[in-house]
Design a protein around this ligand. Structure first.
Ligand SMILES: [Zn+2]
Length: 340
């Protein structure tokens, strides 16, 4: 226990330094390149723990710092692992050929979707709804094996991908407004607005629920995200017409660098016009994450997690994470270099 405590201090100390460094060397990272921003993803995973039933809560509470900090590992992997980027989104409008409703033509099941569109096409336009199912299964297997390392790793990862599926701009080819002259909107919606307003949000979301059909539930999430897209784009456009560009943008000091960002006035006018949308998507993401963890545990036969308490993550897992951080620090993004 004492060793673990020392480890934790040392490890999280290094992590803190790494984040400060990341903030200085990549000043725009927190506002433009990570879904929900680092802050949003961490908050979603953290609060999701409080939706869990007592049989799970003790274990997750013990590892709350791990689950919180590692909510952003999948975004870091995008710098290191080819094939990771597509796990974070689905450009569902790519399939809306001739104005059809893409949710009616894209098969929900992976094998049927492959038959219809080929695996290459699915990978090219994003696989988040299916990747969530894979991660849920991996978490379930980790519970069955009572493997603390893997339970922590897959819980944190699964929370990330579910969070991404709740972001409207993760469901479109126009993911950063680049097709409509609104470049930068991705970071504005999911990072800047969240960072400014997240402390005001209401995080009492209720209890996690057992999902009898996780795949259908996930598609429902993607569908809701996509239906919100029209407002996300339209409101920004309408406001831009009212704001001269010297009022729309501002300069902020981040570490040693001055960066251009959306002004507070513009950001807040947009947030207000969205009328609670960011908070709603975040709240839905929290309950979804808790529900997926809970469902994986139930489907694994409800193993007694109290027997897994006081077991820290192994040195091997900590090393894997340290290696990932090192790659993230120096790495170039693999795959689509975008705001997904
Ligand atoms: Zn992501």
């Amino acid at each position: 226990m004492e060793n673990w405590f020392k480890y934790k201090i040392k490890f999280f100390g290094i992590l803190t330094i790494a984040f400060v460094f990341a903030g200085m060397s990549r000043p725009t990272a927190s506002t433009s390149s990570n879904a929900w921003g680092f802050y949003g993803h961490k908050r979603i995973n953290r609060v999701a723990i409080f939706t869990l039933p007592p049989e799970m809560f003790g274990f997750y509470k013990e590892h709350i710092e791990y689950i919180t900090e590692h909510a952003v590992d999948p975004d870091k992997r995008r710098y290191a692992v080819k094939g990771e980027a597509e796990c974070h989104f689905i450009d569902i409008d790519h399939y809306a050929v001739g104005g059809v409703n893409p949710f009616e033509v894209v098969p929900r099941q992976w094998t049927k979707a492959i038959e219809k569109y080929t695996e290459d096409t699915l990978h090219a336009y994003g696989i988040v709804p299916w990747h969530i199912q894979l991660m849920k299964l991996k978490l379930q297997r980790a519970f069955e094996a009572k493997n603390v390392d893997l339970i922590l790793k897959y819980s944190a990862d699964l929370g990330h991908y579910i969070g991404d599926a709740h972001v409207p701009l993760h469901t479109t080819e126009n993911y950063n407004g680049q097709l409509t002259g609104q470049k930068g909107i991705h970071g504005l919606w999911e990072s800047r607005l969240v960072e400014i307003n997240m402390e005001e949000y209401d995080y009492f979301v209720g209890k996690s629920q057992y999902l009898s059909n996780p795949l259908n539930y996930t598609w429902g999430v993607v569908e809701q995200s996509h239906y919100a897209l029209d407002s996300v784009l339209r409101f920004e456009k309408e406001l831009t017409e009212k704001f001269p560009s010297d009022k729309k943008y501002a300069f902020e000091q981040r570490g040693n660098t001055t960066v251009q960002t959306y002004s507070m006035e513009f950001s807040q006018a947009y947030h207000e016009r969205l009328n609670g949308m960011v908070e709603r998507r975040m709240r839905n993401a929290i309950i979804a994450v808790g529900s997926f963890w809970y469902t994986a545990w139930v489907d694994a036969g409800q193993p007694d997690l109290s027997k897994l308490q006081n077991i820290p993550p192994s040195p091997e897992l900590l090393k894997e994470i340290a290696d990932l951080d090192a790659l993230f620090e120096k790495g170039e993004k693999q795959g689509r270099a975008c705001e997904h």
